[in-house]
Design a protein around this ligand. Sequence first.
Ligand code: PLP
Length: 397
Amino acid sequence: MSLFSAVEMAPRDPILGLNEQYNADTNPNKVNLGVGVYFDDNGKLPLLQCVQAAEKTMMATPTARGYLPIDGIVAYDNAVKALVFGAESDVVKSGRVSTVQAIGGTGGLKIGADFLKKVSPNAKVLISDPSWENHRAIFVNAGFEVSSYAYYDAEKRGVNFDGMLASLNAAAAGTIVVLHACCHNPTGYDITDAQWDQVIAVVKAKSLTAFLDMAYQGFGHGIAEDGAVIGKFVAAGLNIFVSTSFSKSFSLYGERVGALSVVASDKEEASRVLSQLKIAIRTNYSNPPIHGGAVVAAVLNNPELRAQWEQELAEMRVRIKAMRQKLVDSLKAAGVKQDMSFITTQIGMFSYSGLTKDQMVRLRSEFGVYGTDTGRMCVAALNSKNIDYVCASIAKV
Ligand code: PLP
């Protein structure tokens, strides 16, 4: 008998499974809207100019690759702090933020989850319904019981905000609430500024722990605009967690560049928190890789490259918005009677299209248009060449 004879086959990752199906599809018109990746108007994954410039400079003075400190590149961690909280913010200047480099946004979530398991071992975790699927898995694997708070209202095509508040109000003190800081994945619906104020008030009143996942800073309304929600939590005097991902905003998916920031009550507390975050890192993967973090630090800390990055990120954001509008217009032109203008009120890379599972299956099998069964489509994978075909296909289902 083999050691592994009782090992069960794990379910396939739904998105990666979709990719495999897409790759095997021989339809010459096939379009992959299942991914969570930004493609340019030529359908190519961009390599940002600012990244190329930073890499060129780095290549000019080759350096040896020793181990990084456990918490990563200091210049990187400081740049993340400045980006997320503001370089001149009181919270950063007073030393209350502990930031560690992490292996993508996923790594930031995992390190935060492991640390939280030590701080609040009996806490429950709430994620949005629906959410990025890995939220649940990450917190379950860290040992937490995970359930969800109300979020999406399919009928209203928007956020069930009353339901969300009711879920949060009903949560026990100490509950960890995972919130999408901007560009909600998968629905594309964010809550308003005024609604954030209400969420913060409940988090505070009920002593909940907010864990803000910021995987799309700059993809919504702008870098500062998208990050403003963090300032609101800080202003409320809350101890919060923020995971950052540069996968999308720098188009550095495979470099695994992210971070975790934790806001403590004072500098001394922050240093104790940092010491524990380092234990979580040390026991997971010892210390982070160099290249991606060095590139992002070089760009964020150099005024010219930073300006270039902001420009390139703005181009991505603007292109997605244009695709949303084009989607609405072309669907109408293709004969779709239903009002699809809700697509332009959504934000970020994704759209919950409102299409049913059956329609999504037909789109795949009959037209080679791939989105998830939930009706999620990646607007950032649409371009001027494929959008008419996608709209004509949607109109037919
Ligand atoms: N959080 C959300 C909401 C995401 O959509 C993603 C990626 O799709 C991540 C976190 C993970 O980002 P990363 O690829 O940097 O680990």
